[in-house]
Ligand binder design. Structure first.
Ligand code: NIG
Ligand code: FE
Length: 405
């Protein structure tokens, strides 16, 4: 048995359990005068230190003094592309000189560039590069992360990426949730219908590892009908559907997501009132990615409207080489507050409890007895500093399943 006591934090801050909408999002619990007692990775008790002291001593608990520091749940990143080869700093330079993301993609750069590098990389290379990225994410408080394939665009490389995710999940403290994104783009020189046939043929093997099947539903990539066809097949093999939708254009992907019973729609930078109303009537997570808007200088998803109309909002990084080279969910919270009309409380709920819901995870993203002990001890007594004092890493210590990592 391993026991841990987080002693006397200035605040213990957590969203309420459950999938949160509207005013529930801002209704955090903020407790002081309490300590957190953990046994074997699960929170046992949140009580005054005096009530826990004897138990902690007889259990030989490790004690972390959190005096003057706030504690929040470990962050859950519901959308990332952490496994890929190469680097697109050259395209970043082109963009700073005025080229757009879509122009670069049309000229053969973009996703195709990373596909080349990912195919060339060995599994060991991919793993070691991704391991470094996971370490960076963990240091910034991310304790659970969804990771997509999608830079292989052929059977061997798509499966190689998923195997890397599965192995890293065993070796790294961050819990990784694999998503199959074979339909991220059509490989160069290949007919789209032929590639869709190939993607569908990958599905039975991909489903052995991946929990979700995602499609880049977008003009120039995959249509709503093609997305439905692909995820329909994935569903038969037990994967849950989700979509990259409405990043640049509104082409019916939201309607398709509703029809397929998607777990989430991700991006939503271009979203109208009718689409918001459609989503509000469902259990679909609206995964907003403000880092992409900053990085590409495109509109931000309408976070305020998404919340006010009763949708289920989520915030994530979309860490990837082309449209957001940042792993920081702390920065995502700041951007949500500064550019999307969201409050600090809402942004925290969106990277913890609601992210867990979108990933269909139980017992993470909340600090209550019986929940998994994933938490961040902040370097500040006030949790609001995470979003307010921005561009800083406020994680003083990160705890995953009751272990200091
Ligand atoms: O989530 N939107 C599509 N795919 C990625 C970016 C891919 C890339 O440029 O490498 C995204 O933003
Ligand atoms: Fe993405």
């Amino acid at each position: 048995m391993t026991a841990l006591l987080v002693k006397n934090p200035a605040q213990i801050v957590t969203p309420r359990p459950g999938s949160l909408r509207g005013p529930e999002l801002a209704d955090l619990s903020v407790r002081s005068g309490r300590s957190i007692y953990v046994i074997d990775g699960v929170i046992q008790d949140i009580a005054p230190f005096e009530d826990l002291q004897n138990r902690a001593e007889s259990d030989n608990a490790i004690v972390i003094d959190a005096t003057g520091k706030a504690v929040v749940p470990g962050f859950i990143d519901a959308h990332s592309h952490v496994v890929f080869g190469g680097n697109r700093a050259d395209e970043f330079a082109l963009r700073t000189a005025g080229a757009s993301y879509e122009e670069i993609a049309t000229k053969g750069g973009g996703i195709a560039n990373t596909v080349r590098a990912t195919r060339e990389a060995s599994k060991a290379e991919l793993k070691s590069i991704a391991m470094d990225r996971l370490n960076r994410a963990l240091r910034q408080g991310t304790t659970t992360m969804e990771v997509k394939s999608g830079y292989g665009l052929d059977t061997a490389t798509e499966l190689k990426m998923l195997e890397v995710v599965a192995e890293l999940n065993d070796e790294h403290p961050i819990d990784l949730i694999p998503t199959f994104l074979g339909a991220h783009s059509v490989p160069k020189g290949m007919d789209k219908a032929d590639y869709i046939t190939e993607v569908k043929a990958m599905i039975p093997q991909a489903a052995e590892i991946a929990k979700f099947c995602d499609v880049f539903c977008e003009q120039g990539y995959f249509t709503p009908a093609e997305s439905l066809d692909i995820v329909g097949h994935a569903r038969e093999h037990g994967m849950l559907p989700r979509l990259h939708a409405n990043q640049f254009h509104s082409i019916g992907c939201i309607e398709a997501a509703v029809e397929m019973g998607a777990t989430s729609v991700d991006h939503l930078e271009v979203l109208d009132a009718k689409e918001i109303a459609l989503l509000a009537a469902t259990d679909i997570g609206c995964v907003m990615l403000p880092g992409v808007s900053l990085f590409l200088d495109i509109p931000f998803a309408p976070g305020r409207e998404i919340i006010d109309q009763g949708c289920l909002p989520v915030l994530a990084s979309d860490f990837n080489p082309g449209s957001n080279m940042s792993l920081s969910l702390q920065m995502v919270m700041s951007l949500a507050c500064m550019r999307m009309g969201m409050s600090v409380n809402e942004s925290l709920a969106c990277v913890t409890q609601n992210a867990a819901h979108a990933l269909r995870l139980e017992k993470v993203g909340c600090l209550e007895p019986d929940w998994q002990a994933d938490m961040i001890i902040l370097d500040s007594p006030d949790y609001r500093d995470v979003a307010y004092f921005y561009g800083e890493n406020h994680a003083y210590a990160v705890i995953k399943k009751g272990q200091l990592v």
